[in-house]
Each structure stands twice: as C-alpha cells, then as structure tokens.
Design a protein around this ligand. Structure first.
Ligand SMILES: NC(=O)c1ccc[n+]([C@@H]2O[C@H](COP(=O)([O-])OP(=O)(O)OC[C@H]3O[C@@H](n4cnc5c(N)ncnc54)[C@H](OP(=O)(O)O)[C@@H]3O)[C@@H](O)[C@H]2O)c1
Length: 370
C-alpha cells in the first residue's frame, strides 16, 4: 500500500513538472512578428504594438494589405474605440492570453475594429461593392490607413446622410445595443426597461433604441450625464452617485447592464416574474483580473437555471443586416450617435484609448484618419 502511494506521489510530481514545463515553453514561445519583418515594400501607417500595454502603442509603417478574391480594400476615413480594444491592448482579463491572444506578447500586432471609409479596390469575386463606394463596419486591424475585409459580414454601405465620423461609431456599440434590446431583451412596447451605464458608447444607443421600440426607459448614469441621457429620450434617470437603483421599489421587464456592478440577486429582485436581465459587460481596464466579466457570465449561466427570470450574458454578432438597420435608424432620425470626442489623426489613437480606459466616455470616441 505504502509503495503504491509512493508511486502515485511520484506520478503527480512528474505531471506537475511536465505541466509547468509546458506552460513555461508556451510562454517563452509566445511571440509576434515584431523585429522579424523587412521594411514594407508598399507601406501604410498603422497603430502597432510589440508588447501589451498602452505605452507600447506606436504609429508605424506596415505593409499595405492587398485584397483577396472575396475581399475589399478600404481606405479608412474614421475609426472609433471600444472597451473591446483596450482588452486587447492590455491583454486582460488574463484568460484571454491563454485562449490564443498571446501569453507573453500579443500575437496580433495591429489593433482596432470599428471603421468607416471608401472602397479603393475589390477582389475579382466581389459584386457587392465597387471602388469609390463608402462603407462602414468592423475588421481587426482597423487602426490603420487601409484595411482588407471580406465583402460579406460586418460591412455595409454608408448612406450619404451619415458622416464618416457617425458611421465609424456604429459597429460594436450600436450592434450591441440593438441586439441587446431586440434579440436578448425582446423589448416590447410599453415595457419598463432599465439601462445601467446609460451614458457610454453602448448605453447612449440602447436608450434611444429601447425608446424607438416603445419602451418606458430608465437610464442610470452620473450627475453630469443626467440631462444628456434625458435628452436621448429616457423617461426616468437615476444618478448612481446619489442613489442605488437596486434598493428602489420599481420593477423592470428588462435590465440591460453595461456596468455589472451589482450582484445577480440584486438585479433579480428588480425583475418582473418573466423579466430578462442582459449582462453586456462591465469592469474597468484595471479591474479585469484573470476572468474579468466572464466570472459574472458564468455565475449568471448557473444562477438562471434556478430562477424563473432569464439572466445571462450576450455577445454581439455584427452583421450587414443590422449595420444597415442602424444606418437607416440614424438617417430617419430615430437614433443619433452621441460623439463625445473626435481626435484628428491616427497618431492620437493611444490618447483616445487612454481616455476610454478612464471609464467615463459620454457616448462614442472617434478618431479621424486622414
Ligand atoms: N457583450 C458584448 O458583446 C459587448 C459589446 C460591447 C461592449 N461590451 C462591454 O459593455 C461595457 C460598456 O461598453 P461601452 O462601450 O458602453 O463602454 P464605455 O463607453 O467606456 O462606457 C463608459 C460609461 O460607463 C458609465 N459608468 C461607469 N461607472 C458607472 C456606474 N457605476 N453606473 C452607471 N454607469 C457607469 C460612465 O458614465 P459616468 O461617466 O457617468 O460614470 C460612462 O458613460 C464594457 O464593459 C464593454 O466591454 C460588451
């Protein structure tokens, strides 16, 4: 018996050492193309980073992309920043790094997603767009002068009535708000909807979209944003610096949560018997730790099994159809992108991200790319 125990202990030790070596080797092998490439033959400017951290972002020359047969090449005119970007800049929550983003160094050296611009060239199989068309949407590596992306998916024609600045603000925040209200929250006319974090990128769209669906909207924001959120159509506003909305006696059919700063049982207490809680995100750039918002998402997945209400996290799913719908809503005046700041050149992307990381943007932060 003693001998068997001894062998089990040895086996566990060997497995532990092997696991340690595996992680150690994976960590040191995690690298990127920084310093390995020759000077670009056909250069364009792009924001690149060799290591994690805001201080490591630089505007540099990289190879201008060439569209494949099913791709379009877009000359970018404006981009916007999202918390999604700072997750990649910082490499947090850390679980992201283990999930393929790069353990020691970021695998992908370019950043950015949301863009608006003009099609410069198209691949031979592309029939949806032609050179000169104005488009907007999302593509990794958008903090650059040019981006190539497939002609289908998260890209749509930009109506002439929208500026590049407005169109660049729509992709992540607008789609998230639309799908949160329509698909996850299933908001119906006359329903009471609470939006926690009503003054940020997602919140400012969500307030307007929920109103356009005929809901009675309550927006939660800080004192300086009360008037702005009211002006977007919110029927009620709650100042989170003065009042804890979870202690109130109002019930809601739908709660859209961009902040994630209360417990699931506190949110559930506010829901009507068939109410829906949609976790969109939360946690500042310095609060992500190992799991970040995923911890609450996992909690909600388990918790919702034991309660009548629906409670869970949503993940936005960009599509041409929803981008087109959002653009139509802007054109028809149903929604208006709230643009907090507009930076004037690509070199200011780090400043824009620094501002966003502070966590108090009022609507969207856009950067023009000349
Ligand atoms: N699940 C998805 O698919 C998805 C998609 C997009 C975004 N997200 C996540 O959703 C969250 C919001 O994104 P965003 O683009 O709206 O971010 P954002 O623009 O940076 O939002 C900042 C806003 O949050 C407000 N805020 C901060 N603390 C608050 C509090 N305690 N109570 C109420 N409001 C508070 C700030 O208002 P004050 O200045 O008044 O404090 C500010 O207006 C992020 O965590 C993001 O990662 C998830």
């Amino acid at each position: 018996m003693k001998r068997i125990l001894k062998w089990i202990v040895r086996l566990v030790l060997v497995l532990l050492v092997a696991a340690f070596l595996f992680v150690f080797v994976a960590y040191w092998r995690s690298t990127n193309e920084c310093g390995k490439t020759t000077a670009p033959a056909n250069p364009m400017k792009a924001i690149v980073r060799c290591d994690y951290g805001l201080a490591n972002l630089k505007l540099e020359d990289v190879e201008k992309p060439v569209p494949q047969d099913d791709q379009i090449l877009v000359k970018i005119r404006a981009v916007s920043v999202n918390p999604y970007d700072w997750h990649f800049v910082e490499g947090t929550p850390y679980v992201m790094r283990a999930m393929g983003v790069g353990l020691r160094k970021p695998k992908d050296i370019q950043l950015g997603v949301d863009f608006a611009g003009t099609v410069e060239a198209v691949g031979k199989n592309v029939s949806q767009f032609k050179p000169g068309d104005e488009v907007f949407g999302g593509r990794d590596g958008a903090f650059a002068e040019y981006v190539c992306r497939r002609a289908v998916g998260a890209v749509a024609p930009k109506p002439a009535g929208l500026t590049f600045e407005q169109a660049a603000s729509l992709n992540i925040a607008g789609i998230t708000a639309l799908q949160g209200v329509r698909d996850k929250g299933k908001v119906q006319p006359g329903q009471k909807v609470l939006i926690n974090g009503a003054s940020g990128g997602v919140g400012t769209f969500a307030v307007q979209i929920a109103k356009s669906f005929g809901a009675e909207v309550t927006g939660v924001c800080s004192t300086r944003n009360l008037e702005m959120v009211r002006s977007l159509g919110a029927d009620h506003v709650i100042d989170y610096t003065k009042e804890d909305f979870t202690k109130g006696d109002q019930y809601y059919d739908v709660i859209l949560d961009n902040v994630g700063n209360h417990s699931l049982s506190e949110y559930r207490r506010l829901l009507t018997p068939n109410g829906i809680y949609v976790l969109i995100g939360g946690g500042g750039a310095n609060e992500q730790g190992f799991l970040g918002g995923l911890a609450k998402a996992l909690d909600a997945a388990v918790y919702s099994k034991f309660v009548k209400q629906k409670m869970g996290m949503m993940m936005a799913d960009p599509s041409t159809k929803d981008l087109t719908l959002l653009a139509d809503m802007v054109q028809s005046g149903k929604i208006k992108p709230v643009i907090d700041r507009t930076y004037k050149s690509l070199s200011e992307v780090p400043d824009a991200l620094r501002y966003l990381e502070e966590g108090h943007a009022r609507g969207k932060v856009v950067i023009m790319v000349e």
